[in-house]
Ligand binder design. Structure first.
Ligand code: G3P
Ligand code: MG
Length: 242
């Protein structure tokens, strides 16, 4: 069994509606040892797990999360768009997922979705929740907004951070170190074996996303990555068991 974190991307999002409790539970059932999720904030400060800035694509509602109250968010259906089988699934709050994972050793990757809207104070609220659940040692924050990661590191140095990026970052291990980050959450095509080796020499882990092709998974395992973010945790679990 290889010691690589198997992150279920938005939960087991290939077989369940993404970022729902059903998807998170299914991810664990399928062998995930980590969960990746996205967090946005309502106008009254609720921490909601949803990928998009709007409710339009993945719920029965519409409009921006930032313009809704928590009570309004809890009314929408987040399962029917995927399949009638999931009718009635609610949008989870961060606290719901922390509660599910409490008492387990699952790693939780919380992605701050604050690239388009900055959600002032969101990092503080997320950190307070993680600390309340005493899960600081098992959480890793990531974001495409690297100002946000630098900020979270100043207020919670004990919680790991991972730099999210697409491609073409020059010597990303140096950049990660300059931000006090622990990991590189790179688009998987931007990950070469020599990069993984060089990053490791600098104490920086690689957690590539979103890897769904088993051959690509094998290549990244061989390259020595520390974790893989996938919609198919069952496929990755099968490879890691060999
Ligand atoms: O965290 C990895 C991946 O989730 C980043 O992209 O758009 O799926 O949140 P996205
Ligand atoms: Mg994400």
């Amino acid at each position: 069994m290889k010691n690589i974190i198997n992150f279920a991307h938005r939960g087991a999002s290939a077989v369940c509606p993404e970022n729902t409790m059903a998807a998170f539970r299914k991810g664990l059932e399928l062998g995930a040892t980590g969960i990746e999720t996205d967090v946005q904030m309502t106008k009254d400060g609720g921490l909601v797990l949803i990928h998009d800035e709007t409710l339009n694509r993945t719920t029965s509602g519409s409009g921006y999360v930032k313009d809704k109250t928590l009570a309004e968010i809890l009314e929408v259906d987040a399962g029917s768009w995927f399949s009638p089988e999931f009718k009635g699934e609610k949008l989870p709050l961060l606290e719901d997922l922390l509660d599910l994972l409490q008492g387990r050793d699952t790693v939780l990757n919380i992605e701050f979705k604050n690239g388009t809207f900055f959600y002032p104070g969101m990092e503080e609220k997320v950190i307070a929740a993680v600390r309340e659940f005493k899960m600081s040692d098992r959480v890793i924050f990531s974001s495409f907004n690297h100002y946000s990661l630098a900020h979270s590191k100043t207020i919670a140095p004990e919680i790991k951070t991972g730099i999210l990026y697409g491609e073409g970052l020059y010597r990303p291990w140096d950049y990660a170190a300059s931000l006090g980050a622990n990991a590189l959450h790179a688009y998987h095509q931007a990950v070469l074996p020599e990069f993984v080796e060089e990053a490791a020499k600098h104490g920086i882990a690689y957690h590539p996303w979103t890897v769904n092709d088993p051959e690509r998974m094998k290549a990244l395992i061989e390259a020595g990555v520390s974790g893989i973010i996938t919609d198919h945790p069952d496929v990755l679990a099968g490879l890691l068991a060999k």
